[in-house]
Design a protein around this ligand. Structure first.
Ligand SMILES: [Zn+2]
Length: 200
């Protein structure tokens, strides 16, 4: 994860992000993406670097044993409801024979329930798709409902067997000195790139 003003490595491969659950593969020689649009990229190309752009959405980085297989995931609320993180883990299992328990997962800075007041569309979608977890991730406070985006991703990943999730809990809304936030700064906000490089 970079800091404000820092650029990602010039060879970072990203794609057009569409707030869905599509997972692209970077593979071949020379390496090419399996599509143009998606919200996650996986690769086992030695030395390849993949990344996602976020402002308040949750960036998730994953790697398997030895860092030979890596993934970068962009999880906004729509992608989270669509299961983009678990779709990525499923593809890692199918394509690279990795079990969820073998993965190391890292959550980057995103908007947290301290700052993420949400409305009816999101609340309805979360309640419909995740009735068991809705009361855990939708928090009622005076003035409104606040959503735990990272919490819902954690619950989804743990439910399919992921054991190792690192998260320092950083909130993009609370830390203007360090992170970009679309919700806080509107259209003038920048974007952060979270990236991970496969072992070479
Ligand atoms: Zn906050």
């Amino acid at each position: 994860m970079g800091r404000l003003g820092e650029s990602p490595p010039p060879d970072t491969v990203t794609c057009a992000q569409v707030h869905g659950n599509g997972v692209l593969c970077l593979a071949g020689d020379p390496p090419a993406l399996s599509g143009t649009e998606g919200d996650a990229i996986v690769t086992a190309v030695p030395g390849a670097c993949v990344g996602v752009r976020t402002a308040d959405c949750l960036p998730i980085l994953m790697h398997g044993p030895g860092g030979r297989v890596v993934a970068a995931v962009h999880a906004g609320w729509r992608g989270t409801v669509a299961g983009v993180a678990t779709a990525t883990v499923a593809l890692l299992a199918q394509r690279y024979d990795l079990t969820p328990a073998e993965l190391t997962v890292r959550f980057g800075p995103c908007i947290r329930p301290c700052c993420y007041q949400v409305g009816g569309e999101l609340i309805g979608a979360v309640r419909e798709s995740f009735p068991r977890w809705a009361n855990q991730v939708l928090r009622e406070r005076p003035g409104g409902t606040y959503f735990d985006l990272a919490g819902l991703n954690r619950l989804q990943l743990e439910a399919i067997g992921v054991r190792t999730i690192h998260d320092d809990g950083a909130c993009t809304g609370c830390r203007p000195d360090e992170f970009e936030s679309y919700r806080r700064d509107g259209r003038s906000s920048g974007r952060m790139v979270s990236w991970v490089r496969a072992a070479s």
